[in-house]
Design a protein around this ligand. Sequence first.
Ligand SMILES: [Zn+2]
Length: 275
Amino acid sequence: MKKLVLIFSTLFLAQIAGLAQPKFQIDGEEVYKGDDVVFHKIDDHTWVGTGKAMSNESLYLLEGSDKSLLIDAGTNIKDLDKIVASISDNPVTLVATHVHPDHTGPSIDVFPELYINPADTVGIPQFMPNYKGEVKFLKDGEIFDLGGRQIEVVFTPGHTPGSTTFIDKAAHYGFSGDSFGSGNLLLTTNFSTLEATCEKMSEIMADNGITELYPGHYFGANKETKKRVDDLCEISKGALSGEIKGEENPRAFLGLNLLINQNGVRVNYAQSALK
Ligand SMILES: [Zn+2]
């Protein structure tokens, strides 16, 4: 696990370092600070937790009048259940944007249940082999009713087969994990999958006035926008038609040895993604 964490973290940092000077500054009141994670307020009932193990891996806590939803658990945050309880009194349901060690790491162990997209069960043996709790499955389009606040599940495969975005339509924002890569997407599936995901999300954003999606590695200046989702659509189409050619990836990771870098969006992929 340690080695895996190191590889993920080194590569993410290396890749983020390749982007235009990111601003590592999360605004909003700090409501918890510990050795493993810091939580900042997004609004009165929404918080972002920033982990320290793998390039600002993000956790999001959403509160309704009856229940709270924790989106992702980071890497290895000790007593995460108690930390979350110090911020919100409600019973908490844990859901994951995808099964990867910086989102469903050992910090999940204190939670009796975890909801994932069933398509990401393939990642369980490698990325969360020791979880003893119950793995439950999300459904595309399902609503988590937190009491006066509804969060919709939208499957957004691409980064992984079971990548998922959680949308708060009333608040006009969502939480997309690594689905759109915050400028640096690691595409472990293929471009047809990504194209379909981006078309679907672009439409949802347009129809519901959703202006931003909080990503899985948030550092204050890299929220996803509809423009980025649309740019990823265009890149997918261009890659599939052959109009856009990838170059050798200088920082190949997870076997993703090709890179398209266009409109400020980087897509890391393998030859097998061209379908
Ligand atoms: Zn990931």
